[in-house]
Design a protein around this ligand. Structure first.
Ligand SMILES: *Cc1c(COP(=O)(O)O)cnc(C)c1O
Length: 394
């Protein structure tokens, strides 16, 4: 009998020695500001539920009603018999929300990115991406069989050189809208320019922009007031600001029909439970009607940035609810995360390979449900933790 355990254990040991071992904490409450983690009450600063909708009564009610009406499982993929009235209605509403002719639901953002890139690109084509793109975009690049090139984060000139120096038939330029571990924005107008100049298709994954960016929450396109024609392929996820689960691609009639025919992660997987679609429709209504959530978030972001600067905390310059504090060393970030958790603050300790070597960080996320006092308390404790660990303040 050949057993893989001996070989695997060596890898696990290495990861442990590198301070990179991942361990899951147990969330014993709904997602929210006040959470119960491993039996301890604390303030949550690590979810992507930026608008505080994951446990909203309107979403819960919509979910329950749809479950009473349609049951739990969708029972099949969209193309077989799983495409229901709630999915169809949500797709129409997402198309309208994004200002596109059509939208198509995917089961997850990961699957949307892999599926879209693989459906559109193949042998002889070129895919160009920012090095800090989400793993799902990068994996799409690796899996699609096209030539795959990555440029240094934000280096538009490098992207331009890659796009210009090829004889490939089809070219795809793909980027995160908001970078998930840094919180900064892609320079979308500049990327759209070089896509235009080089006859490349532009794909933007706005997982962290929808609901948050732009006065009406339409994401990075609204933020930059972009002409939608300059941005033909738009990916969004529903597990972040929308507070539910799943993802979508928005674009032209022809793009969406192509994905229905050719995107393997769309075709060969079970449709979302209809109740998830129903709850997402309730979230869309709130994103539209309750702009105070976005406005409050902007105030909290400004308060956090200023409070961090006053205390000499090395927060990265991020205009989004993702507020990373750069620590550098893997072991230190774990220690600081544990110190904070003991003091009642749950933050994310992010290490390589999720982020580049030497750039381990605390990933602090804000939501519209936080208040300034809670942010101050976190910042005071974090300043203390940094002092204890011996990390020099700015
Ligand atoms: C979270 C995220 C995804 C993956 O979405 P899931 O629905 O969680 O699979 C894709 N892209 C980006 C930029 C993300 O942050």
């Amino acid at each position: 009998m050949v057993n893989p355990d001996a070989v695997l254990q060596l890898e696990l040991d290495t990861r442990q020695h590198q301070s990179r071992y991942r361990q899951r904490k147990l969330l014993q409450s709904p997602q929210g500001v006040e959470v119960l983690v491993d039996g301890k009450r604390c303030l949550g600063f690590s979810s992507n539920d930026y608008l505080g909708l994951a446990n909203h009564p309107a979403l819960i009610a919509a979910f329950q009603q749809a479950t009473n009406r349609y049951g739990v499982g969708s029972g099949a993929s969209h193309l077989v018999s799983g495409h229901g009235a709630e999915h169809e209605a949500l797709e129409e509403e997402l198309a309208e929300f994004t200002g596109r002719p059509r939208a198509l639901l995917f089961s997850t953002g990961y699957m949307a990115n892999v599926g879209v890139i693989r459906a559109l690109m193949s042998h002889g084509d070129l895919v160009v991406q920012d090095k800090l793109n989400h793993a799902s975009l990068l994996d799409g690049g690796f899996l699609c069989r096209a030539q795959f090139e990555r440029y240094t984060h934000g280096d538009i000139t490098a992207a331009q050189v890659l796009l210009a120096g090829t004889s490939a038939q089809r070219k795809l330029l793909a980027t995160d809208g908001v970078f998930s571990m840094d919180g900064d924005l892609a320079d979308l107008p500049a990327l759209a320019d070089i896509a235009d100049q080089n006859n490349a298709w532009l794909l933007v994954d706005d997982a962290h922009g929808f609901g948050v960016l732009g006065a009406s929450g339409r994401g990075i396109c609204e933020h930059f007031a972009m002409d939608l024609n300059r941005l033909p392929i738009l990916v969004g996820t529903l597990g972040k600001s929308f507070g539910t689960f799943g993802a979508f691609v928005a674009g032209s009639e022809t793009l969406i029909e192509s994905l229905i025919q050719f995107a393997r992660t769309y075709i060969y997987t079970t449709a979302l439970p209809p109740a998830v679609a129903a709850a997402t429709r309730a979230a869309l209504t709130l994103i539209d009607s309750e702009s105070w959530r976005r406005e409050k978030l902007q105030l909290l972001i400004a308060h956090f940035q200023q409070g961090a600067a006053e205390r000499g905390i090395p927060v990265m310059a991020s205009p989004t609810p993702i507020q990373p504090v750069l620590i550098g060393d893997d072991e230190s970030v774990i220690k600081i995360g544990e110190y904070l958790l003991k003091a009642g603050f749950w933050t994310g300790a992010i290490r390589p390979p999720t982020v580049p070597e030497g750039s381990a960080r605390l990933r602090i996320t804000l939501t519209a449900e936080h208040d300034e006092k809670q942010l101050d308390a976190l910042l005071d404790t974090l300043a203390m933790a940094l002092k204890n660990i011996g990390i020099d303040s700015l």
